[in-house]
Design a protein around this ligand. Structure first.
Ligand SMILES: [Fe+2]
Length: 303
């Protein structure tokens, strides 16, 4: 059986076992393997901007410190970076007020994620820690799938700290602080969502290569592009939707086929990350997602 948290609401309390991740349980970050991210891809809008590349490398190095010290280093963002945040956050906030889940909007406020300034991972980490025993860990770039997802089993999300290039505020080919703070982080204030994430993490640690691909699809159609039925209304909770003007608007148009969440179908549905998403899946609740995922991951060890 997978461990349960004491915070679960959807199971009878008699079947619960307390499960807490303590700081001393965390593996050493210095052991982690990374993809080489020293070179920006050519399609990155900042690829030929020397100043941008230097600044991105500088912030990436601050993030890297975490693996040696275990402490999150705050970034002193420049006025130019704050201006990018203000532009993107304000425009997203307007669309989100109509399209984002009420739970998400409330969580964003609780975490102090507003339109005025870039929030620091350290302050959001403190609040997440108290709410659902969840953590954030800075990372300098992309990590291979199994490594990235496995960290969720320690109730830890790896997050970048640098921000996208000013020439394309609506676009980034890689995760940045906008995607992390506006897309992912508020969801971890929901303990069912935090537990669900941890189950995905457990799965990633024991999955065969084929199962890992399935998990990647589950992550994509939920954590990144999930829709939820909330008080009879369709709302977005996926980070890829909530941090993108285009995807968030598109998700509610006739360009998209919106299907009820069906785990078997989701883990067998291919996706294309380079284009607007044509298919999205609707969960009935976070508790449902958590319990369905738990059963699915439990089946891994029986095969
Ligand atoms: Fe993401």
């Amino acid at each position: 059986m997978l461990p349960e948290t004491a915070l679960s609401k959807s199971e009878p309390t008699s079947s619960l076992t307390n499960f807490e991740v303590k700081d001393e349980d965390l593996p050493a970050f210095s052991d982690m393997r990374f993809e080489n991210i020293n070179e920006l891809h050519l399609d990155h809008p900042g690829a030929s901007d020397e100043d941008y590349r230097r600044r991105r490398d500088y912030i990436a190095n601050l993030s890297k410190n975490f693996r040696e010290t275990g402490a999150i280093t705050d970034v002193e963002y420049t006025e130019k970076e704050q201006a990018i945040w203000r532009t993107v956050a304000a425009r997203l906030e307007e669309i989100q007020s109509r399209r984002a889940s009420a739970f998400y909007l409330d969580a964003k406020e609780k975490l102090g994620i507003g339109t005025e300034r870039i929030p620091q991972l350290s302050e959001m980490n403190k609040r997440l820690n108290k709410l659902c025993n969840f953590r954030l860990a800075p990372i300098e770039g992309l990590v291979e799938t199994r490594g990235f997802l496995s960290w969720l089993s320690y109730r830890t999300m790896l997050c970048t700290q640098y921000i996208r290039h000013h020439s394309r505020p609506e676009y980034t080919p890689e995760p940045d602080i906008v995607h992390e703070a506006i897309g992912h982080i508020p969801n971890f204030t929901n303990c069912d969502f935090a537990d669900f994430s941890q189950f995905i993490g457990h799965g990633a640690r024991i999955a065969t290569d084929e199962q890992l691909e399935e998990l990647g699809r589950l992550y994509w159609f939920t954590v990144e592009f999930g829709l939820v039925k909330e008080n009879g209304e369709l709302k977005a909770y996926g980070a890829g939707l909530l941090s993108s003007f285009g995807e968030l608007e598109n998700a509610f148009t006739n360009n998209v086929e919106r299907r009820p969440f069906d785990l078997k179908q989701v883990i067998n549905t291919a996706y294309d990350y380079s284009d607007m998403q044509p298919i999205l899946y609707i969960i009935p609740s976070y508790g449902y997602l958590k319990e369905t995922t738990r059963k699915y991951i439990e089946s891994f060890s029986k095969k």
